[in-house]
Structures are given as structure tokens and as C-alpha cells.
Design a protein around this ligand. Sequence first.
Ligand SMILES: *Cc1c(COP(=O)(O)O)cnc(C)c1O
Length: 359
Amino acid sequence: MSRAHNFSAGPAVLPLEVLETAKNELLDYRGCGSSIMEVSHRGKEYMEVDAQAQDRLKSLLGLGDDFEVLFLQGGASTQFMMAPYNFLSKDQTADYINTGTWSKKAIKEAKLFGNVNVAFTSEESNFSRVPTDSELKLTKDGRYVHFTSNNTIFGTQFRKEPESNGVPLICDASSDFLSRPLDVSRYGMIYAGAQKNAGPAGVTIVIIRKDFLKTAQKENLSTILNYHTHVGTMFNTPPAYPVYMVNLILGWLEKLGGLQAIDEINQRKAGWLYDEIDRDEFYNGTTEKASRSLMNVTFRLKNEELEKKFIAEATSNNLNGLKGHRSVGGIRASIYNACPEESVKALVEFMKDFRQKNG
Ligand SMILES: *Cc1c(COP(=O)(O)O)cnc(C)c1O
């Protein structure tokens, strides 16, 4: 068996230890004679997995009983629509912070349901940064403030929550969910497609504060798209296998020491890469330093020819998934929670070597 150093932006690398457990439990889940994929979602085995995943999420994030945890389908993209569908009406205005492709998609959907005030945009600099608090032009009495905590494509990340003056935050945390501790009291809702930092594709984790949920519309909503439908019950079949995988990953995170511990590891990993980028002019970071992402490290070389060569030689050295998104170009190293420190070290060694031969 040979596992590549995997820098894919998503779906992304999973912890080897978790994959081993899944493999060992695949044919006979803990003596029940079937895999967890083959049993009723209302049976004892799956119900335990689902409850444990919820408990672990609550304990890792420090969520009290004032939060609901939902495992939904349709990806983060469905939440772009579902959040305003439930929380924004024609006569209301929500603030949206536009820091990249995913923010823009969220804005497009929200406009179908109510008024959107774009409180900040960095589009004119090709999304090279996130705002400071003083740059936000928030509406008076806004319904909520929506932001994308980590911009997967452009490689920027909020260092801390934007200041919303007490208005609930709604966060698309798809690409840095569980990468660091959060001040959960600031949020009305957090959502994340699992496939970057929390598991395989197929489940979207949605966390909603109960008092915020109380303010959601209840009338004339489609049943399946109404958050209330999913609270406390399994309305329909959940994405059982992805939830099972998420639960294993949450167990792995607990064993590592929780979000404080993974945050330290993530800072260390990103630090090695940014140090190498900043060493001289050979590699150029594409984002402003204060906005740099610890999850997606984006950089360019002198010209596209050299970038092609970099990616081709990296791939032949077992370093995969490094091609940047077409809207930025260049190189993107996605180094989520599950990307081992050895992989980042291998990439840094490759970068040094490549500079020496081509500088
Ligand atoms: C990948 C990604 C999405 C899209 O997620 P889907 O689950 O594919 O809908 C949304 N937001 C961010 C920040 C992402 O990285």
C-alpha cells in the first residue's frame, strides 16, 4: 500500500487511523453482522452513532444545550438557499460579507428571499483579503451577518469572528470547521459541508442556536427545507455512512486533545509553508499576510510554465492535488486537519529543492 501526500481542496485527505477503523468495521459493525450502511437508521446501532456524533460535536465546540446539531444533505450549497429561506423575508435585510466565490453564491441565493446588503467586498483585489471590523458597512437592524470563515479558493481566512454588534452571525465554515476553537456565543448558525475538514462528502453539519431558530419562519415553508422539521427527530433517512465517518473523525480529534490542540498543529503546518514562501521572491503568496488561511495556502511562481513544471514534478514525487483553482491559478496546498505534518514537511522539502534547481 502506498498513500500519497494529499493536498486536495475537497473532498480531502482523511486520517489514516480513521480509514483503518472504517475498514476493520466495514463487513461486520461491532458484531451486528452487517455494515453500518446496511442497517436501519432507526435501529440501535445507527442511533448510537448519530447521538455520539452530536455529543462529540457539542463537547468539542463547547456548545451548550442552547444549540441544535443537524446532519443534513445537499452540501453547503443547499444551505446558501436554506438559511435565507428560513431566516430572511422580503421586508428584511441581511448583511453579507463577500470574500470569494462561495460568499457570492450565498449572496445570489439570499437575494431570492429578501434584501441583501453587501457589507464588504474584496472582489476588486481578486479576493486577496478579508475585512477588518472597521471596514464593515453593516445595516441598522440587520437580520443576520453572513460570512465565509475560510475562503477555500482564494486562501484567506478570518482570524476571528467579524464584529456584528450583537446581530447573530451565520457562518459558512465548510473549509475550516473544527480547525480551531470558536466563540460560539457569537453565532446564530454555523454550517459546513463535511468533505473538507470533517469527513467524506454527503453530510452537511448545521448548528443552530435555539433562540435564533425560534425567530425562523414557520409558515408556508417546504417541509424538508424547514429547519424545524429536522430538530430532535430524524425526518427522513440521514446520510448514515458519512455521519458514521464524521463520528470517527470526531473521536480522532478528541484523542488528539480537541480544538486547541489541532489549532496548534494547524498553525505549525501553515507556518512552515508560509516561511518557505516568504524566504525570497521565488514563491509569491497570493493573499495579504494578515488574511492568510491556515487551511489553503495559495502561491504563484514566476510564470505559468514554471508552475506547470512545479505541479508535474510534485506529482511525480507523490505530492498530489496542488493545482490552484482556475480563478487564482498557481499552486494551492490544502492542509486541513487530517493532512499529516509529514506531508507538509515533504512539500516544504520539495519546494526548497525546486527553488534550487530553477531559481
Ligand atoms: C466547498 C465549499 C462549499 C461547497 O460545498 P458543497 O458541499 O459542495 O455544496 C461551500 N463553501 C465553502 C467555503 C466551500 O469550501
